[in-house]
Design a protein around this ligand. Structure first.
Ligand code: SF4
Length: 703
């Protein structure tokens, strides 16, 4: 591929908004960055992170050459080593002793090849992704409610709604361009905004109402809403009767969870007036969008929260129509693309699971010699299996689990016990590499790699290469295919371009698909290389014979269940995974800050972004600053049952008394004392396997 100075339209590599970017090379290795005015996700807008992309291209931190056992080697030697060592582990310990841990940063084509290699050819089901920490509860909620992992609506619904409810979402910082879009709608048409969040975030500051709900009690609020919709004759009975099942049982359970206004107020920590006003606003507004994000997902009962929100939309028929619907804001740039190819341990490929007919279908399509027949281990369980020796070889791609997993210190220790730790990375050092990676594989980064991503509204966009790859960095699909060839699977991995992989992925989505699978992009399976390169952003499904996307689904039913009806799902009684105690009397909430992304490997290179919040900190209510003998601006040792960190104290009424908040971004590389991952408990949601990261019992002492 020739690289010049012409502008290239690509996609931002950070959050799930998936903004279009116009990148223009300066001829000296740099890029001028602008928002793409033609991209329907952002119409030219960018947030601080996206706008600073040009400041994050430095090579000083890049891994530029393959390394095996500490020695720089050429690619042939590295790929030989990976193949022979994987073979040795499989021969000695069996196929299921191998695992992959992938990332929402990977392009769909890379994700597809990794999943195919593992689940079809190596024969291990243990393929999971850091998306498990991000939106797995939304996936599980959608699958339980709709029959498939489908987001019914789109961003344009934010423009058309009269009421937007943000639940567990600090969109102003974490999905800023969508928040700008919400603010624009408020100015243009007076859209009301209600924010449900224990913290008074920047998002809450903009809202008409901030409901500072007690941690973990979102289900109570939406259960009460469902009862009030029923009791005030605000249901869409025709939609319920024609397009759903399970309403009666779910309503009965909602009455147990929220038996009265007084009980709802007590359990949620809100006043009766706040609850009543919320119910009235939601009930009396036809065009309402309820957005949920990590505050909902990162919970041991996240799936119940999602299905409780969805239930209110199903009960009123407010779904799949302009300006209405439940809408999940995905964390990562390609969390949804990863879901599409089966990057989660409980999926196979193209939204197929492990029913015998689906396994056989994928086996035949791939001509796979070792197709897996059941679910693999989800992220937290997967790293437990590393710790107890069931997993002997792990291939980590584009993520840093020694920082981001719950009980991260235990994860780091577990990684050190592996017989084989393979890491595909952009950076030359991080906590996971430092845990003793035997093989380090330099992967191409944003601006160098080429493929597709899918954003939170099912929109597939091209991420295009605009700069040459530095050193010996290679695309992940090339690395994986090279290993596959050495294992004897060259024919099935004879890819020469991401376009060829995309065509195969699209063909699988339509293979023997009679409409039972919502994810169908077989209309794009015959794209030529030039058409693929020029592919405009498009929303799936795109069935065979179509070249137009699908903006909304389910407005007239047609859910992806065996009978075409959505399911109301009764929730369990909300309770947090671990109780506070005299030893740990506080609740630790974790999250992001405005100008950093994940472990700062890219955003940390921009001094401008670093200036926003330059060091690890903990937000503490002034009452708790006094109660724990701390001082504003001093340091606190924050402890949980799992680990400790030393953080700068920020006294603020953003958090409620009894709750503290700390951001997740700092690593052993960037702070000797500020890693928050080790503090977080590993309790997981029973359906999604997503860990609770918002309410770990904690204590503090002055330092
Ligand atoms: Fe990038 Fe997200 Fe910002 Fe858009 S909102 S520019 S996708 S970080």
């Amino acid at each position: 591929m020739a690289f010049g100075t012409a502008s290239v339209r690509t996609t931002c590599p950070y959050c799930g908004v998936g903004c279009g970017v116009v990148a223009t090379p300066d001829g000296q290795g740099g890029l001028a960055i602008a928002g793409d005015p033609a991209h329907p996700a952002n119409f030219g807008r960018l947030c601080s992170k996206g706008a600073a992309l040009g400041e994050t291209l430095g090579l000083s931190t890049r891994l530029l050459h393959p390394v095996v056992d500490g020695k720089q080697v050429d690619w042939a030697t590295a790929l030989d080593a990976v193949a022979s060592r994987l073979t040795e582990v499989i021969t000695t310990h069996g196929r299921e002793s191998v695992a992959f841990y992938l990332s929402g940063q990977l392009l769909t084509e890379d994700y597809y090849v990794a999943n195919k290699l593992a689940k079809g050819f190596l024969g291990t089901p243990h393929v999971d992704t850091n998306s498990r920490l991000c939106m797995a509860s939304s996936v599980a909620g959608h699958r339980r409610s709709f029959g498939a992992d489908v987001v019914p609506g789109c961003y344009a619904d934010l423009d058309e709604a009269d009421l937007i409810v943000l639940v567990g979402s600090n969109a102003a910082w974490c999905h800023p361009v969508l928040f700008q879009r919400i603010v624009a709608a408020r100015r243009a048409r007076g859209t009301r905004l209600i924010v449900v969040d224990p913290r008074r975030t920047a998002t809450a500051e903009e809202a008409d109402r901030h409901l500072a709900i007690a941690p973990g009690q979102d289900t109570v609020l939406f259960a009460h809403l469902l009862t009030q919709l029923a009791d005030t004759d605000a249901l869409d009975r025709a939609f319920i009767e024609t397009h759903t099942t399970g309403f009666g049982e779910t309503l009965a359970r909602a009455r147990e969870i929220a038996p009265s206004l007084a009980a709802t107020a007590t359990r949620t920590g809100l006043s009766e007036a706040e609850v009543s006003e919320f119910v009235g606003a939601w009930r009396d507004t036809d065009k309402v969008v309820t957005v949920y994000s990590q505050g909902v997902n990162q919970s041991a009962q996240g799936t119940d929260k999602v299905t409780s929100i969805v239930a209110c939309h199903l009960a009123t028929g407010r779904i799949g129509k302009p300006g209405t619907g439940p809408l999940s804001f995905t964390g990562q740039p390609n969390a949804m693309g990863g879901r599409e190819v089966g990057g989660l341990a409980n999926m196979l490929a193209a939204h197929m699971g492990f029913a015998p007919a689906e396994v056989d279908r994928v086996r035949r399509f791939w001509n796979a010699p070792h197709i897996v027949t059941g679910e693999g281990l989800k992220a937290v369980d997967l790293f437990d299996a590393v710790a107890d020796g069931r997993i002997k070889a792990l291939w980590v791609m584009g993520t840093n689990p020694a920082v981001s997993l719950p009980r991260a210190d235990a994860v780091r220790t577990a990684l050190q016990t592996l017989d084989l730790l393979l890491v595909s990375e952009n950076v030359v050092s991080n906590d996971t590499l430092g845990a003793g990676a035997h093989v380090r594989l330099p992967a191409a980064a944003w601006s160098e790699k080429d493929g597709t991503v899918t954003n939170s509204e099912r929109r597939i966009s091209r991420q295009r290469a605009v700069l040459p790859r530095p050193g010996e960095a290679k695309p992940d699909w090339w690395i994986l295919s090279g290993v596959a060839a050495r294992l004897g699977y060259g024919a099935a991995f004879a890819y020469t371009s991401p376009a060829a992989i995309f065509r195969e992925h699209a063909a699988l989505s339509g293979f023997e698909n009679d409409g039972a699978r919502a994810f169908d992009i077989s209309g794009l399976a015959d794209l030529g290389d030039e058409e693929y390169d020029a592919l405009a952003p498009i929303q799936w499904p795109v069935p065979r014979g179509q070249r137009e996307g699908t903006v909304r689904l389910f407005g007239a039913g047609g859910f992806v269940t065996t009978d075409g009806r959505a399911r109301f799902v009764p929730a369990a009684m909300p309770t947090l995974a671990a109780a506070v105690s005299p030893r740990y009397p506080l609740r630790l909430n974790t999250g992001r800050i405005r100008d950093q992304w994940h472990t700062m490997t890219r955003t940390g290179l921009s001094p401008r972004l670093g200036a926003h919040r330059p060091e690890p900190f903990v937000e503490v209510h002034p009452d708790d600053v006094a109660r724990f003998g701390l001082s504003d601006g001093g340091f606190a040792k924050v402890e949980t049952a799992h680990g400790e960190a030393v953080l700068r104290v920020v006294a603020t009424e953003v958090v409620r008394s009894g709750e503290i908040f700390a951001p997740i971004h700092w690593t052993a590389e960037t702070s000797s004392h500020g890693r928050v991952g080790p503090l977080v408990a590993g309790a997981t949601d029973p359906y999604s396997g997503q860990p609770e990261a918002k309410a770990t019992p904690a204590t503090m002492t002055p330092v």
